[in-house]
Design a protein around this ligand. Structure first.
Ligand SMILES: NC(=O)c1ccc[n+]([C@@H]2O[C@H](COP(=O)([O-])OP(=O)(O)OC[C@H]3O[C@@H](n4cnc5c(N)ncnc54)[C@H](O)[C@@H]3O)[C@@H](O)[C@H]2O)c1
Length: 278
C-alpha cells in the first residue's frame, strides 16, 4: 500500500523547489495535496500535474487569514487534514548588520518565522479536527544550526523555526501530532541561486560550483528533501517528534578542511599508532 493513502496534506511554498518536489512525491504515495503559495502561475502548474489529487490555493503565509483559510479548503474539499508542511521561504535581508533596515527585518521574520507560526497554529487545529493525529513538518535550514551559512536574519529565523518546532512538539504529542523540522543544506532551487526565476543552466552551474565543497560531492536536489518529508509525514516516523532532521550531504558534520588533513588522506608524516607487538 502507498505510504500516504487517504491522507490530506497542505504544503506551503509548493509552487517551486522542494515544496513542488514534495507535492509530487506525496501525490505518488496516494495523498491529496493543497499547493499553498503566492505564485499563482507556477502553483497552478504543479497542481494540474497532480490531476484530481492536487488543488492550488493562493496563500501569503504572512497573512493569518490566508493560512487559516487554506486549512478550511482542505477540510471542505477532502474532509480532513493529516499533514501540514510549512515550507514557504525566501532569502530575506542580506548585507552587513548596520545596513539592515527595520522593514527588511520585519518582512524577513514575517515570512520565515510568523508564516511558520501561523502554519503550526492552524495546521494543529485542522489536524485535531480530523481526530486521528498527524504530522507537522517545518522547513528550517542548516543555517539555523551554524552561523555563517546564510545572511544574519535568515540564520536567526531558521534557528527560531527549529526551536519553535521542538517546543510545540512537547505540547502536541498528547494529540498524536508529531512536529519535526528539516534542515536542508544547499539544494538546487531558485532560492539557493539567489533568484526567484532561474534557468536550468544557472542551476547546473550552481551544482558544479558548489558540489565540490560538499562532503558527499554534490549539492542536494529538491527530491532529497521530499524523501525526508515523506518519512516524517508517513507512519514510518510514528515515534519521531521534536527532532531536527539534517539533510545536507554532510556539510554540517564538520569543517571541510579536515578532508585535506594528512590524518584523513593517509598521507604525510602522521602514522597510525599501533601498540607494541601488534
Ligand atoms: N534551497 C536551499 O538551499 C535551502 C536550504 C535550506 C533551507 N531552504 C528552505 O527551504 C524552503 C523552500 O525553499 P526552496 O529552496 O524550495 O525555494 P524556492 O524559491 O524554489 O521555493 C520557495 C517557495 O516559497 C514561496 N513563497 C515565498 N514567500 C511566500 C509567502 N509569503 N507565502 C507563500 N509562499 C511563499 C515561493 O513563491 C516559492 O514557490 C524555504 O523555507 C527555504 O528557506 C532552502
Amino acid at each position: 500500500m502507498s505510504q500516504l493513502e487517504d491522507r490530506v496534506a497542505i504544503i506551503t511554498g509548493a509552487a517551486s523547489g522542494m515544496g513542488a518536489a514534495t507535492a509530487k512525491l506525496f501525490a505518488e504515495e496516494g495523498a491529496k495535496v493543497v499547493i499553498a503559495d503566492l505564485n499563482q502561475d507556477l502553483g497552478e502548474e504543479v497542481s494540474k500535474s497532480l490531476g484530481t489529487q492536487g488543488i492550488f490555493k493562493y496563500v501569503d503565509v504572512t497573512k493569518e487569514k490566508d493560512v487559516s483559510g487554506v486549512i478550511q479548503v482542505a477540510l471542505s474539499k477532502w474532509g480532513r487534514l493529516d499533514i501540514m508542511f510549512n515550507n514557504a521561504g525566501f532569502g530575506g535581508a542580506r548585507g552587513p548588520i548596520e545596513t539592515i533596515s527595520e522593514d527588511d527585518f520585519d518582512i524577513t521574520l514575517d515570512v520565515l518565522v510568523k508564516g511558520v507560526f501561523f502554519g503550526i497554529k492552524h495546521g494543529a487545529k485542522g489536524i485535531k479536527h480530523s481526530g486521528t493525529g498527524g504530522s507537522i513538518i517545518n522547513t528550517a535550514s542548516v543555517a539555523g544550526l551554524l552561523a555563517g551559512e546564510a545572511p544574519h536574519l535568515y540564520s536567526m529565523a531558521k534557528a527560531a523555526v527549529i526551536h519553535l518546532t521542538t517546543s510545540v512538539a512537547l505540547e502536541l504529542g498528547k494529540d498524536d501530532i508529531r512536529v519535526n523540522s528539516i534542515c536542508p543544506g544547499v539544494v538546487a532551487t531558485p532560492l539557493a541561486a539567489g533568484r526567484t526565476q532561474v534557468t536550468e543552466s544557472q542551476i547546473d552551474r550552481m551544482r558544479e560550483k558548489m558540489g565540490k565543497y560538499q562532503p558527499i560531492g554534490r549539492i542536494g536536489e529538491p527530491e532529497d528533501i521530499a524523501r525526508a518529508a515523506l518519512y516524517l509525514a508517513s507512519d514510518h516516523s510514528s515515534f519521531v517528534t521534536g527532532t531536527t532532521h539534517v539533510v545536507d550531504g554532510g556539510a554540517n558534520a564538520g569543517r571541510a578542511w579536515s578532508r585535506q588533513h594528512p590524518t584523513m588522506t593517509g598521507e604525510g608524516p602522521i602514522k597510525l599508532y599501533r601498540p607494541p607487538g601488534r
